[in-house]
Design a protein around this ligand. Structure first.
Ligand code: MG
Length: 221
């Protein structure tokens, strides 16, 4: 029980989030926002020069605490794999891959088998931490990678502060999500709406031009 609470409590994340709210609000804004990953044009990303994709897990690829891909997203994930080959990986704030909670990599191994994507082993929860584990895994500069995730205060802030292109998704389901995460998510949404309407933009990225980049049929939603 204590271990589970430890896994869910993200002290570094709370500290980092506080800094964002006080100083670097633009870090919370994604370069692109889509309803879910099936809207992402993987080929366009590859053609623009991106070399790899880093996915969040819970509520981006799977339901929270579930080890199988959300049923309607399998095809898009396969397209992503076809475009980027081995350069597709998972960076999760769940126990899998975190040295603190999964030191032998048992959960990461199981997740790799279940999802068919490699799980990056790392030392801190997003948004804390630098991009060293990514550079080691992908062998390229972090600016050539795309971070895809459903949480602005974790996935987007982590990606933006480390120079990745950031794509945010709507959560797949609120069922099974911890109460505190749902409350923080509402807070994030309210802040984002306010900041966007005041004209705030995400940090500049050399391979990004508009918020409609890399979206299939952007006029459809
Ligand atoms: Mg998530």
């Amino acid at each position: 029980m204590i271990a589970k609470l430890g896994q869910r409590f993200n002290a570094a994340g709370i500290g980092s989030a506080a800094r964002v709210l006080l100083r670097d609000r633009s870090l919370m804004l994604p370069h692109v926002h889509v309803p879910d990953i099936s809207w992402i044009d993987w080929r366009a990303l590859k053609e623009r020069g991106f070399a790899g994709v880093v996915f969040d897990k819970d509520n981006t690829l799977t339901a929270p605490y579930v080890a199988t891909v959300w049923p309607t997203l399998g095809e898009s994930l396969e397209e992503c794999r076809k475009c980027f080959g081995e350069n597709v990986a998972l960076l999760s704030n769940s126990a899998a891959g975190l040295y603190q909670f999964d030191p032998a990599g048992v959960e990461a191994d199981a997740l790799e088998k279940s999802l068919g994507i490699s799980v990056i082993r790392h030392g801190s929860k997003k948004p804390a931490g630098n991009a060293d584990a990514l550079k080691k895994r992908f062998g390229c500069d972090a600016s050539l990678l795309v971070m895809v995730g459903d949480r602005h205060l974790t996935d987007v802030v982590y990606g933006n502060k480390n120079g990745l292109l950031t794509i945010s998704t709507e959560p797949l389901t609120l069922k099974g999500e911890p109460f505190i995460v749902t409350r923080v998510r509402r807070f994030e949404d309210a802040m984002l709406r306010r900041w966007k309407s005041s004209g705030l933009k995400p940090p500049p990225h050399s391979l990004h031009t508009t918020e409609f980049d890399f979206i299939k049929d952007p006029g459809c939603w």
